[in-house]
Design a protein around this ligand. Structure first.
Ligand code: ADP
Ligand code: ZN
Length: 201
């Protein structure tokens, strides 16, 4: 990305992968580096994700970064300070379809747009608007988690609770990371859930 710093060109970087894969951590790492580079930074997260904090993005390992909560992607445009040089977006899969336009506009206006979000849902379907953002991005990073069944690299978000809703907000106990082989689309049969198995002796 060094080349692009020189002429104030905007661009889009996407960080995607399953839950627990370190997307927020990686986003926070890049935002901290932007601060070190004395860039003006603003970070946004959707209102739906208030699991750990009202006004911060928070990783599962408790890294934090101040964020502005918006109802959807259009809220980014109404809250953006036009002097901002680096725009972070966490949980982008909950920002709505307008994020595609908003991210393009920001990048066209010369901003570095860092987007983190789930690339697939609990049924392994591409999770809009991330696929479109991947097509538009200058840089793509796919993060993998560790499969909670076998320890292999995991690209899936396994839902552990019984719900057919697309969005069930939660973390440990509600979802876990699974690899291609261990992933069971939808909800696993209750008897195979590890916490319902009889304890080993
Ligand atoms: P994401 O934003 O992708 O959900 P986070 O950045 O919030 O991920 O959290 C990543 C951290 O979660 C890791 O550094 C690790 O401490 C923790 N973690 C918990 N479960 C797992 C797992 N199955 N695989 C990898 N990391 C995990
Ligand atoms: Zn596995």
């Amino acid at each position: 990305m060094m080349e692009m710093l020189i002429h104030n060109t905007g661009w889009i970087e996407v960080i995607c992968g399953p839950m627990f894969s370190g997307k927020s951590e990686e986003l926070i790492r890049r935002l901290r580096r932007a601060i070190i580079a004395r860039k003006r930074v603003q970070v946004f997260k959707p209102v739906i994700d208030n699991r750990y904090s009202e006004d911060e993005i928070v990783s599962h390992a408790d890294a934090r970064f101040k964020a502005i909560v918006v109802p959807d992607a259009t809220g980014i445009l109404s809250q953006i300070d036009w002097r901002t040089q680096v725009v972070g977006v966490d949980e982008a899969n909950f920002m709505g379809p307008e994020l595609v336009n908003v991210a393009s506009q920001l990048a066209d206006a010369g901003k570095q747009v860092l987007i983190a979000g789930l690339d697939t849902d609990y049924l392994a379907r591409p999770f809009p608007p991330i696929p479109d953002l991947l097509a538009m991005a200058e840089s793509i990073t796919k993060t993998l988690a560790i499969c909670m069944r076998c320890g292999n690299p995991a690209k899936h978000t396994q839902r552990l609770v019984d719900s057919a809703d697309l969005i069930v907000v939660g973390a440990a106990g509600t979802y876990e990371a699974r690899c291609r082989r261990c992933f069971e689309p939808g909800v696993p049969k209750q008897e195979v859930l590890p916490f319902l198995r009889p304890p080993a002796r």
